[in-house]
Write a protein that binds this ligand. Sequence first.
Ligand code: CAA
Length: 694
Amino acid sequence: MTAITELVSFDVEGSVGIVTVDNPPVNALSAGVREGIKGGIIAANKDDAVTSIVLFCNGRTFIAGADITEFGKPMVGPSLLEVIVGIEGSSKPVVAAIHGTALGGGLETALGCHYRVASPTAKVGLPEVKLGILPGAGGTQRLPRVVGVPMALEMIAGGAPIGSAKAAEVGLVDEVIEGDLRAGAIAFAKKVVAEGRPLVKISDQDEKLQEAKENPAIFDDFRKSIARKTRGFVAPENCIKAVQAAVELPFVEGLKRERDLFVELMGGEQSFSQRYFFFSERLAAKIPDVPKDTPLLDINSCGIIGAGTMGGGIAMNFLQAGIPVIIVETQQEGLDKGLALIKSNYAATVSKGRMSQTAMDKCMSLLSGTIKLEDISDVDIVIEAIFENMEVKKEIFQKLDAICKDGAILATNTSTLDIDEIGEATNRPESVIGLHFFSPANVMKLLEEVRTKKTSHTVMATCMALAKRIGKVPAMVGVCEGFVGNRILHRRSEQATALLMEGAMPADVDRVLFDFGLPMGPFAMSDLAGNDVGWRIRQGKGVTSPVADAICELGRFGQKTGSGYYEYKEGSRTPVSDPIVEDIIVKASKAAGIDRRDISDDEILKRCIYPMINEGSKILEEGIATRASDIDVIWVYGYGWPIYRGGPMRYGDAIGLKNVYETLLEYQKEHGDFFKPSALLERLAKEGKTFQDA
Ligand code: CAA
């Protein structure tokens, strides 16, 4: 075996030259890998004993893409494009042997090879769009030449990978190899030579482009089909334009067009934020004071207390991960209703073709219910998901303490209550943790995990790993009112309401935040969640909110009652402005002695968003969140903050903390201490720093 570089080696087995990449964890295309592959192909071509070449990767995966950490830095060594030209130009056939994931530059490298074989579990895709860029090493020009334009558009502008079976069906993979991939790839390479198969250069082929040449409307139809999903993103459009170039231009000119479109995206704020977010998501899974090798508890069963919407949604995550769930309710009727709701949710997914009947049956077979708390005495984790009442929760946790086996994790899904206090109600506060799911709990990716002062490292580490198992992205935070997500949300809600009192209407505020990229504004969101929830909490605390209270007093609880801040026509979820609400708002301003004024969109945006950044800053100061990027993960995955703006903290960094700080000072003068900048924000702004530097 010859080392071409530290990360790539070359050896010969009989007549087959094997170029092996070894760059853990994901064989990313760092400079040493690019240089090594290029050198390996040259070495194989020079070696007279070699008649064919296999490109193989050690470890858990084929090349999973460019090395994202190199982005934005000066290029060292050969470009990927150069490497791929070398592979495609090889005079001996090159076979890519794919296992794990061939993504981005990894698939582009494989597309430069003359043949591709893959293990049955391999996945291939071009996910660059998710990083705000496009495949910049020929992927947009080669993929449509293999799979045709419609599928290439889906894969490039959508970013989702496909499995080997599908890849083989569409000709992207030449053979699926059961068993030893390396041996299978060597055998395949020998077969190519023995059968005198040609050196297939994808760049030479354009048969699969014909359909789009004859029907250029394909592109506009595709644009329309993804418009809703890609609102606000710039990368999908460039992806489409690049594929269009594959159809309209000769290969080499198409490559140049791809490069221009790639460079345009790479230098933009969206791509920067999306790449930042890629690493933020992974960083959030790490808790600095919890050692990496902390032993984990086995979680093979789950008890959920409460068969409401939340309890049911939480249960579905576990069932889909193959973990049996027992749901506990106090009354048989409530239990039956809850179990039926889960079944009907699954049935709806099956009828939409998003789940097989067999998968649904498997999930349902893992689900059971009981009205006796003792029936969950043996489960590995309990998640309490009942209404927000401290006394009731404490009572439940005391009972759990008495009946649950030693070592069981006792979790609460509370979004508001003090989990330290709940933990202290038990004799095992180290086993108590908050697992705050976001509604709809089977859909939203975030799991806000809340550690108390006493939660053990084992429980934290187990819950972080568990989140990944049930398909969630976790972020660990500390106890405070509303934890991280809702605490920041409340600041925004307060300003949204203040803006109504000063002159804006719900539709003004909602439009500005929707246009900013959020899925909906605060009033549409309140109508969706139910205005009565906040009303009851206010009543419990003895506080008032003139507009919100008046709306609830009219029974306008939101979509579920057909009206709230907006009116909803029968069977429709589209909010329509309602003069009754406008009248309530105008009267409330008058009663408070406020002269209503025109409020600009710019003011609406800053008044809603800057206090969120300021609150995030306070949260960091208090140590409730470990990193600014954890707050961003919470807001992107829990509240639909547009990923291309990175999260509220990244947005603050992007627009400049000095700007945020100075605007807050102006608002403080005008509207009071609600806007007082936090000490951390003040310091960073004065030092010209960002939250990432904090
Ligand atoms: N570059 C640098 N580091 C990467 C990386 C990449 N392309 N992909 C993953 N990593 C790192 C992660 O940051 C993580 O690091 P830490 O352990 O320090 O946190 C580590 O590798 C393992 O990654 P995951 O935790 O994500 O592991 P996983 O097994 O859950 O998932 C994966 C593996 C599916 C490959 C996933 O990491 C992934 O989707 N990676 C990104 C793939 C991608 O987007 N490729 C395209 C890159 S852009 C490109 O190729 C442009 C071009 O045209 C040339």
